[in-house]
Design a protein around this ligand. Structure first.
Ligand code: SF4
Length: 350
C-alpha cells in the first residue's frame, strides 16, 4: 500500500522535528535514543541523549562504564532496568560481537533489553531492513486508520497491528517510513483531539470518516494499581548520612536510598515514631522521628505514598542492627550517587 506510505513520507519531509538521532545511521546512537525514548517524551529524553552520548560516544566507552556511573547518568528518567540492560548489552557486544551490532533483526532480538520494537527500529534506521515499528504512537495511528476493534494489548491485537504496520510500509524506504508514522502519531494523531484536518491520511482514515477517533486504540481493562507506603529516614551523624544500594528485584534496583521501612497500610502521624521503632527492632524511647515531607509518586502499576522523616537515635548507632545494611557517607558526597527521582527532590530541593 504505497499510497499511505507516500503520503506519510511527503508529510514527514516537511514537518519532522530536527532530532540528533535522525541524522545518523550509527546503530549505537540509534539504540541509545530508542532505549531512552521507550518510556520517555522526546522533550525530556533529548537532554539525556546528548549527555549520555557525550560521555559514552561509542559502545566501547559505554562497555567499560560502571553500573553506578550509568545509573547516575540515567537518574530521573525512571524505568532503570533500561539503563542496566543497556550496560549489559554494551558489554556483550564488545566481548562477543567485536564491538559491532548484529545487522539483522533476529540477531538484534537476542540482545538484552531489545524487543521487537527496538529491533525493528535499529534494523530499519541503521540497516534499511523492512521491519515495521509498532510503538504507542504507531498503534494509535493504525487503529484509527483501519478502525481496528481488537484490543491492542491482546495477543491477536498485537499480531494484527504488526500485520497492518507491514502492509502499509514502503519496503524500499523502511527507515523513513517508520520515522514518518511515529512522528505523525506524536505530532498530529495525538491521543486527545487529533489534528485530522492537517493529517495527510485523513481521506483514508476510517475513524476520521466516522468521527470515532477517540474510541481508538481499544484496550483491555487496566491492571489494578498497587499502593505502597514507604517511610524514608534521614539519619545524620557527624556530618555523615546513611544510605544503601537497592539490590532486590524491585523498583529502582541499583539506585541508592535512605534507610527505609515499608508498611502495609498508611499510618497516622502520631504513630510514626512507634511504627519506626517497631520496624527497626528498637524500644520506642530509643529514637525520635520528625516528619519532614510527604509526597506521592506514580509508577505504571504502583502508587507510592512516601513519607520522609528526620531520625535521631538516642543510642549508639553502631548498636543498631537495622543500620548494618547501610553505610555512612559524607553529606557532601550525596550528589555523587544515583537516587530515585523523589529522593533527589527530597535531598537536593528541600
Ligand atoms: S485522520 Fe485523524 S485519526 Fe486518522 S490518522 Fe489522521 S490524525 Fe489520526
Amino acid at each position: 500500500m504505497p499510497k499511505i506510505s507516500d503520503a506519510l513520507i511527503l508529510w514527514y519531509n516537511h514537518h519532522q522535528r530536527d532530532l540528533p538521532w535522525r541524522n545518523t545511521h550509527d546503530p549505537y546512537l540509534i539504540w541509545v535514543s530508542e532505549i531512552i525514548l521507550q518510556q520517555t517524551q522526546v522533550a525530556t529524553g533529548l537532554d539525556y541523549y546528548l549527555r549520555i552520548t557525550k560521555k559514552y560516544p561509542t559502545i566501547a566507552s559505554m562497555a567499560v562504564a560502571s553500573e553506578d556511573d550509568v545509573l547516575k547518568m540515567w537518574q530521573g528518567l525512571g524505568y532503570y532496568s533500561r539503563a542496566r540492560n543497556m550496560l549489559a548489552t554494551a558489554k556483550i557486544i564488545v566481548d562477543n560481537y567485536q564491538g559491532q551490532f548484529p545487522c539483522d533483526y533476529p540477531g538484534l532480538l537476542k540482545l538484552k533489553g531489545i524487543g521487537p520494537y527496538t529491533a525493528s527500529a535499529i534494523a530499519s534506521f541503521a540497516f534499511h531492513l523492512p521491519h515495521a515499528v509498532v510503538d504507542g504512537n504507531v498503534a494509535r495511528v493504525l487503529t484509527r486508520l483501519f478502525a481496528m476493534a481488537e484490543p491492542i494489548d491482546s495477543i491477536n491485537g498485537k499480531k494484527e497491528l504488526d500485520r497492518l504496520a507491514h502492509s502499509i510500509m514502503d519496503v524500499k524506504q523502511p527507515g523513513i517510513h517508520n520515522q514518518a508514522i511515529m512522528e505523525l502519531g506524536a505530532l498530529v494523531c495525538r491521543p486527545l483531539s487529533p489534528q485530522c484536518s492537517s493529517c495527510p491520511l485523513n481521506k483514508m482514515c476510517q475513524a476520521n470518516s466516522r468521527g470515532t477517533q477517540e474510541l481508538f486504540p481499544v484496550k483491555n481493562k487496566r491492571v489494578a494499581v498497587r499502593h505502597r507506603y514507604l517511610i524514608y529516614m534521614y539519619i545524620e551523624q557527624n556530618n555523615k548520612v546513611y544510605i544503601a544500594k537497592r539490590t532486590d528485584n524491585d523498583i529502582w534496583k541499583g539506585l541508592y536510598q535512605l534507610p527505609l521501612i515499608e508498611l502495609p497500610h498508611p499510618i497516622p502521624q502520631h504513630e510514626i515514631n512507634q511504627s519506626i521503632a517497631l520496624a527497626m527492632g528498637l524500644p520506642e524511647p530509643a529514637l525520635t522521628a520528625q516528619l519532614l515531607h510527604e509526597t506521592q509518586h506514580q509508577l505504571t502499576h504502583q502508587k507510592l505514598h512516601l513519607t520522609f522523616v528526620s531520625l535521631q537515635l538516642h543510642q549508639d548507632v553502631n548498636q543498631c542492627h537495622f543500620l548494618k545494611n547501610y553505610e555512612a557517607i559524607d553529606k557532601q558526597q550525596l550528589h555523587g550517587y544515583a537516587f530515585p527521582k523523589p529522593l533527589v527532590t527530597f535531598l537536593f530541593a528541600h
